[in-house]
Write a protein that binds this ligand. Structure first.
Ligand code: GLA
Length: 733
């Protein structure tokens, strides 16, 4: 028997016991959080098999049964031996042998009271080939991150055909998969299906704007469809800003294997001796209480461990994209900067169209790659704008798209060798542009130099919106040799991370938005470098209700940028209420607002600033799904259950359609809360009066509030405060 001394096992038994020794049978490896575990077993044939995966087992003595059990699926299935379903890894050795047989060599585990890390070494006996499996279990957040390292000592390069980050096996009654698909301005549409015999693959082959048609995450309901408050569900995602693939294979026995990793299609990787191939993180949480709890766990983990400045504040902003598109000059921008100050937001964000001289960026057909201010538009440069922003007391942010180039640019004329393109074929352009070859270190220097050069010249730049509007087209790298072309999709992403590492090292606190023609890049590796992502170019609030709902399964509100724009003709209130559910910004013509609208907008910004701790750092409760009808509601509650905000929306309900109360969640049943409507247009009355009304948490969660109505395209925001708590002037005693 092997003994692992846990620092604290109190959570295992729900007692106050301090420390206890855990005795795990020698052949078992116990990987897990406070609530979930994966148990692996090394057998007499030295193969590593999955012995258990699911909610954490409560009784250590039961482990003996798992220890003695036989059979089961291998933890990381190889190709060419006796398993005939989809492998986790498939390689071709330098001598032409296509087989791999991995046997267990050793395990090392470390644990503190936050994280348990496991490293397992598997080796082939015939070839100097090693796979190391890694598992990082975040104990309280109930999130497990898995990845592998692949390395060999063969004389010539080995070709990796499949190289998964993780493999998990399930033996359940049924499997219900929800994927998130879409297009430009139509992101994360949720669709659920029951998996039956065979393979279901969710993948992308787009390279740079990888998530244009599908997002790198899913919900997997076990034994039943994924529900919000009940049932077993696994929510998984790949941290990789490039091609990904999830394979769900149901076999003849109705067992499911889930394989997650880089999409190996078009990406056979030539791995030289001694180079470590580190696969991206597969990140998942397993909930026994439905998708709501799963999302809250993921959000807690992401804020604490993954998103750049995940625990920090976020700036509200005024962006000029939809207000001006490419049509602006210094005077116009100075007026918008003054508008930003009037609205009370923290920052003005200058979007596309400020650069290029030989080929000015007056539309999306020219200038990309030439990162100098267009003299005709901005004769005094960015410096005059940062000065104007400083004068108005707002920060200044800037749009860049440094990985891309328009053929109509000086960069392209000078450095065609830096552009991904096929040497002997006509170029295929996407949004009139092409992708720079980030596998090339000289290109990495250039891209880093775009950011570094701007920040050196204008240290007042406080924020970047980093865009990426094209997938990789014409895939061929002038830099990689003929024998390594299929490494390009992978090396591109690694090159991007090298650049972002340099940016992070030199400008560690710089906030940045990850944008990709809307939500074309939405993954948890990218978010190590970015404080938020642009969820969609579609800012019509009706669409945004669905889009933000979809993203909320994976990402906390503080990472999901949401702007009030004129896309959609709804009232300013409706548009603002939707955007306030995320990281709030504006992209409107402030000069076109009426005086009551300005007053409303200023008050909404002030409300948002006051409510940020709840919206950005609180727990999310999805109360009523927009997929279930014409009404929807979302709620945020702070960790102390003292302060909550509920957003309720009516889209286009039919005449006389039944209207139900919204039952709240996440409150203390015994506490008394004051409910007050906020974000009201000047002069609008509230059903709960100006001072609000009192209810018990029990009532609010069982009976609920009449927040919905039949009025089309209307909304309500209510603030819920426990009595005795003073929320900046709202004393509810
Ligand atoms: C992309 C972005 C938009 C905007 C434009 C500018 O489409 O998603 O928000 O920045 O580029 O060209």
């Amino acid at each position: 028997m092997k003994k692992l001394w846990w620092l604290c096992c109190a959570w295992m038994w729900g007692t106050e016991a301090l420390c206890a020794a855990e005795t795990v049978p020698e052949n078992l490896i116990r990987i897990g959080t406070e609530r979930t575990e994966l148990i692996l077993r090394s057998d007499d044939d030295r193969r590593l098999r999955q012995a258990y995966f699911g909610p954490r087992l409560a009784n250590e003595s039961d482990l003996a049964y798992l220890s003695k059990a036989r059979g089961g699926a291998e933890a990381y299935v190889t190709h060419g031996m006796e398993d005939y379903f989809e492998p986790a890894i498939r390689v071709l050795h330098a001598d032409g042998n296509p087989s791999l047989l991995l046997t267990y060599k050793e395990v090392a585990q470390e644990r503190n009271d936050l994280v348990q890390t496991t490293r397992i070494v598997l080796q082939d006996e015939r070839y100097p080939f090693e796979v190391r499996l890694f598992y990082k279990a975040y104990l309280r957040e109930n999130v497990i991150v898995m990845w592998t390292e692949i390395e060999h000592g063969e004389k010539k390069p080995v070709t990796l055909y499949n190289y998964a980050s993780s493999m998990l096996h399930f033996g359940r009654e049924g499997y219900w998969l929800t994927g998130f698909s879409g297009d430009w301005a139509h992101e994360v549409n949720m669709a659920e299906q029951k998996l039956t015999f065979g393979k279901k693959v969710i993948d992308t082959k787009l390279g740079a704007r990888a998530n244009l048609h599908v997002s790198p995450f899913f919900l997997l309901g076990l034994d039943g469809a994924a529900c919000e408050k009940t049932g077993d569900v696994l929510v998984g995602t790949l941290g990789w800003t490039g091609n990904f693939r999830f394979t769900f294979e149901v076999d003849n026995a109705n067992d499911l294997r889930l394989i997650a990793g880089i999409n190996p299609s078009g990406s056979e990787y030539r791995l030289p001796r001694g180079e470590v191939f580190r696969t991206p993180d597969f990140i998942f949480t397993y909930s026994t209480e439905g998708t709501g709890a799963a999302s809250r766990d993921l959000h807690n983990w992401a804020r604490k461990y993954r998103i750049k400045d995940g625990m920090g504040d976020r700036m509200t902003l005024l962006n000029n994209w939809e207000a001006t598109y490419f049509d602006f000059d210094q005077a116009k921008l100075e007026r918008i900067i003054a508008d930003a100050a009037e609205l009370g937001v923290d920052m003005f964000l200058l979007d596309d169209g400020w650069f290029g001289n030989k080929y000015p960026r007056s539309n999306d057909r020219a200038g990309l790659g030439d990162w100098q201010e267009t003299r005709a538009k901005l004769p005094e440069g960015i410096g005059a704008l940062t000065a104007a922003a400083q004068k108005e007391g707002v920060k200044f942010g800037l749009w860049i798209e440094p990985e891309m180039v328009n053929p109509k640019s000086e960069l392209y004329e000078k450095h065609k060798d830096w552009v991904i393109h096929l040497p002997n074929r006509e170029e295929y352009l996407y949004r009139n542009q092409m992708v720079l070859d980030l596998s090339n270190p000289a290109v990495q220097d250039f891209v880093f130099g775009v950011v570094d050069g701007l920040l050196t010249r204008y240290p007042e730049i406080a924020y970047f919106k980093w865009d990426c509007n094209s997938p990789i087209t014409n895939i061929y790298s002038p830099y990689l040799g003929a024998d390594k072309q299929s490494n390009l999709y992978v090396d591109y992403v690694r090159g991007l991370y090298r650049v972002l590492d340099r940016v992070a090292a030199k400008y560690p606190t710089l906030p940045m938005m990850l944008c990709s023609g809307g939500g074309g890049r939405t993954d948890y590796e990218g978010l190590r470098y970015f404080t938020e992502f642009w969820a969609s170019d579609n800012t019509d609030p009706v669409e945004r209700i669905f889009i933000q709902w979809g993203y909320s399964y994976l990402f906390p509100a503080k990472a999901t940028a949401a702007h009030v724009t004129s896309w959609g003709k709804q009232s300013l209130k409706f548009r603002t209420d939707v955007a306030m559910m995320g990281k709030l910004g504006f992209d409107i013509r402030v000069d076109e607002l009426s005086e009551p609208e300005r007053e409303f907008a200023r008050a909404a910004v002030a409300n948002y600033n006051r409510l940020k701790p709840v919206i950005l750092n609180g727990d999310l409760y999805r109360l009523v799904s927009p997929y279930s009808g014409e009404h929807s509601a979302v709620m945020y509650a702070d960790k102390g259950r003292e302060h909550a905000i509920v957003f309720a929306f009516n889209r286009n309900s039919r005449f006389s359609a039944p209207i139900r109360n919204v039952r709240l969640d996440g409150l203390e049943p015994q506490r008394i809360y004051t409910v007050r409507e906020i974000n009201r247009m000047p002069g609008a009355r509230s059903d709960w009066g100006d001072d609000g009304q009192r209810f018990s948490g029990d009532y609010l969660m069982k009976v609920g509030l009449p927040l919905f109505s039949g009025a089309h395209l209307t909304s309500r925001v209510v603030e819920v405060v426990a009595t005795g708590i003073d929320r900046n002037g709202l004393c509810s005693e």
